[in-house]
Structure formats: C-alpha cells, structure tokens
Design a protein around this ligand. Sequence first.
Ligand code: FVH
Length: 289
Amino acid sequence: KLPGTTREKVSVIGLGAMGSVLAHLLVKEKQEVTVWNRTAAKAEQLVKEGAKYTGDIHAAVSASSLVIICVLDYAVTNEIFGEVDVQGKTIIQLSTGTPQDAREMAAMMKSRGALYLDGAILATPSQMGQPSTPIFFSGSQTAFERSEAVLKILAGMLLYVGEAPGAAAAWDLAALSSMFGMMFGFFHGVRIIESEGLDVAALGNMIADISPVLGQMVKSTADDIQQAHYTSPQSSLEICALSFELMMRQAAEGNIKAPFPVFALGLFNKARAAGYGDERLAAMMKVLR
Ligand code: FVH
C-alpha cells in the first residue's frame, strides 16, 4: 500500500481479453498498476491510461507485492514464472485450470515463499467490475483477506471457498458444466422451435422467465443426491425419460438432428436397465458414478 493513501501497487501479468480489462479497472480505480505481456503492443492503451509497462517479467513481479496472473493457462504461467523470484509476494492466479493445476501451482508458489490464492472468474470481460460478477477463490485465506479490497474492484461477488487450493477450480468447472449443460438443452430447444417456424427469441425470454423454477429443481435434486434420497418421486426418472422419447420422435417428424436427446436418452436407458425407472431423477447419479 502506498503511504497515506488507499492505492495498492498491483502487477497484472497477461493482457489478453480478460487481463486487459482487469488492469483497466484497477487503473481506473487509481491503483498503481504495472503490466507485463508477451506481446508488448497490448499494453499501449493501458499505458495511456496510466499503467506502467515493463517487458521484463522479473521487474514486473518485483514492482508490486500483489501480483495478478491472467494468461492462457497454468502451463503458460509456469513458462513465464520459470526463474522469477516471488518471495514475499501475494500471487493471485486468475487463469482457468483444473483443481490439480491449482494444487501444483500452490505448492510451487509456496515453496518459493509466496502466498498463493487461486481464483476462477465466472464471467466475460465486459461483465467485470459489476456488483453481481462472481469470482471463486481458494487457497491462502491471508492472501484473500489482504487483497480483498483490490479484488472488489474486479468483481462484486468474491466467493472464498476454503483453504484447499483446488476448490475454486472445482466450483468453477462444476458451475460451467451446469451452465453449458443447460445451453446444450437450449440449443436443441431452438431446433425444435425453428422446425415448427416459431420464435427463437421468445423461447429465450420464456426460459429466462422460468429460471427460478429451474434453479429450484437443481437445488432440490442436489438435496436428494446429498441425502441419497432416491425413492418416492413426484416425477419419476421414467417420466423424465419419456420426454426424451418424445424429443426423438419430434426430431424424426421435424427432420432435425438430435445429438443432445440421443446422448441423454443413452443415459436414461442405462438407468432404466439398472432398475431406477421408478426412482427420482437424482438416481441418475448412480449411473454416472
Ligand atoms: N475471456 C473470457 O471470457 C474468460 C472468462 C473466464 C476466465 N477466462 C480465463 O482467463 C484466462 C485469459 O483469458 P483471455 O480471454 O484473456 O485469453 P486471451 O485473450 O486469449 O489471452 C491469452 C493471454 O495469455 C498470453 N499467452 C498465451 N500463450 C502465451 C505464452 N506461451 N507465453 C506468454 N504469454 C502467453 C497471451 O499473450 P499474448 O498472446 O497477448 O502475447 C495473452 O496475454 C484464460 O485462462 C481463460 O480461460 C477468460
């Protein structure tokens, strides 16, 4: 922290689509920002805004006690940080990776004397800096607490999920799986709507309107899974499977491809064969395990 001010010295390593926005937000909030990027030209606009650029990674890291990394992945981070001295630094990794990537990075940074916080951004660059934008964090709680004020500039919803370094990446991937899983279902829904000459935008609006119901369904299914509660369904797994039989029939009638229903019905058929047809949808977990 600079004496007598609330400004922090922060280094941002990586100025791709996301890193540039992170650095921009920090500069805008009057932090003292040093940036490094493999391709120097990407720093030009930030330098005009007030950031300092150095092409020397050692100088970039030594410039600040707080170092935020946002590059392609952990392998690139390892390449960049090969011989760099991180002793006494707080290192925050915001590149996306697996829990194992995070554990290995945490061990490496710790062995070199740094405090390490692993982060996973669940947003696009244009959503950064907003009150509802989420970033998961895990690893050193001290690092999280020390950097919280600066991180608040980047996103309003800072979700610290514990000391285990891999936790943030696990939460991120689980959230991405849930989100993109829904999107694939939506894409097939779009094909159904298109094949009937209906309004795709209206489908988007309708799904947005019923999203609280979808959220409720996810929550209650998660409770069923947690408690291994598979019996006495209101809507059995067999009834859910029949929806996919109907989608297959509609695909044939409407002459559309149906990779998503084929995939889902494959899993439903395994559950049926295992005798879970009259159980709750949560029983699908027994097939997946
Ligand atoms: N953009 C997004 O919507 C997502 C949202 C969720 C989180 N991600 C993750 O953030 C990481 C960076 O993503 P990005 O969007 O900034 O990615 P790019 O614009 O492609 O920039 C990549 C940066 O990585 C540098 N880089 C790549 N390879 C190397 C290398 N071998 N040596 C040094 N640096 C490298 C690249 O440098 P340059 O090409 O500009 O020289 C960029 O700085 C990522 O993990 C997302 O999953 C973003």
